[in-house]
Design a protein around this ligand. Structure first.
Ligand SMILES: O=P(O)(O)OC[C@H]1O[C@](O)(COP(=O)(O)O)[C@@H](O)[C@@H]1O
Ligand SMILES: [Mg+2]
Ligand SMILES: [Mg+2]
Length: 338
């Protein structure tokens, strides 16, 4: 039975007993967790809070923004601006970085986030979430710039997401395994409910948007065909499929019971490496999955080793149960060897 301690107590233990995190990082995570509580209240209100529907504006990705995309972004900016633990922030919903104004103390960390993940599910009452990643500011001699954010995922100081579903759950790593906290609405506090989360190495469950099948490359097609062939096919076992179309929900299921998630490159937009964003979707989810014993690649390379070149760059994502991700990566290698 996991000891039912609060998020603050867990972070204090990480700081004092294990020396894993400095005080500023603990404060930062607590502020992000508090912001997610506020976002959860808006999400739960739905039509009552007039937070559903489109905002009739477009973000840098060319996507029409939802009202909740903007509300969540503002909540996170506001909550994190004055705490003294940050130098700057970056978000899916902002073209460029947001530097903490000089009137506030400058911190040594930088926060990146997808304020509302799974936007296509907002209006249909399906689980959505917030994804975040924390980096250290590399050069304290000068002001902060977009270049400071272009760090490989393996340099993250912390990462997590909050899922707004039947329960509101915060999932976190500071590089010492993965922990899950459930929001106790009566108390308004985050309570530890899972620690040292492990992703099973094997699985019989894959998650991919099957409607894109005709656009996939040969490696992904082959992998999915083999799964669909079931126990009479090369895999010798039947597979099940799930696709929530909220990355947080699909990854949360994998952290909870295993599975493999694929949003690969496809021919619809061949010039793009994929749909999902490296810095505030793929990297934080990869850190969590690896800390839970899983694996995360773009088919060719470990995602956390990739050197980012742009703030909103996209990447092909294959993550989850180690042996399945390895199988997809082996198919890519075999196809490359030709
Ligand atoms: O609609 P599709 O093609 O299935 O894509 C679903 C994917 O797009 C996303 O919604 C993109 O994220 P945003 O909602 O933050 O833009 C992921 O959460 C999800 O995995
Ligand atoms: Mg997203
Ligand atoms: Mg989003």
């Amino acid at each position: 039975m996991t000891k039912r301690i609060s998020l603050t107590q867990y972070l204090v233990e990480q700081q004092r007993e294990h020396g894993h995190i400095p005080a500023q990082l603990r404060l930062l995570i607590e502020v992000v967790a508090r912001a997610c509580k506020r976002i959860a209240i808006s999400v739960n209100k739905g039509a009552l809070g007039e937070v559903l529907g489109s905002a009739n504006s477009e973000n840098v990705q060319g996507e029409v923004q939802k009202k909740l995309d903007i509300i969540s972004n503002e909540v996170l900016i506001e909550a994190n601006e004055w705490g003294g633990h940050l130098a700057a922030m970056a978000s899916e919903e902002m073209d460029s970085i947001h530097v903490v104004p000089n009137r506030y103390p400058q911190g040594e960390f930088m926060l990146l986030f997808d304020p509302l993940d799974g936007s296509s599910n907002i209006d249909v009452n399906v689980s959505i979430g917030t994804i975040f990643s924390v980096l250290r500011k590399v050069n304290n001699q000068r002001g902060v710039s977009e270049e400071d954010f272009l760090q490989p995922g393996k340099q993250q100081a912390a990462a997590g997401y909050c899922i707004y579903g039947p329960q509101t759950t915060l999932v976190l790593t500071v590089g010492d395994g993965v922990a899950m906290f459930t929001l106790d609405r009566e108390q308004g506090s985050w309570v530890l409910t899972e620690e040292n989360v492990r992703v099973p190495e094997d699985t019989k469950e894959f998650a991919i948007n099957m409607s894109n099948m005709r656009h996939w490359d040969d490696s992904v097609k082959r992998y999915i065909d083999d799964c669909l062939a079931g126990k009479d096919g090369p895999r010798g076992k039947d597979f099940n499929m799930r696709w929530v179309a909220s990355m947080v929900a699909d990854v949360h299921r994998i952290l909870t019971r295993g599975g493999v998630f694929l949003y690969p490159w496809d021919k619809r937009e061949p010039e793009k490496a994929g749909k999902l964003r490296l810095l505030y979707e793929a990297n934080p989810m990869s850190f969590l999955i690896e800390q839970a014993g899983g694996m995360s690649t773009n088919g060719h390379q470990r995602i956390m080793d990739l050197q980012p070149v742009r703030l909103h760059e996209r990447v092909s994502v294959i993550l989850g149960s180690r042996n399945e991700v390895q199988r997809v990566t082996d198919l890519y290698a075999a196809n490359k060897a030709g």
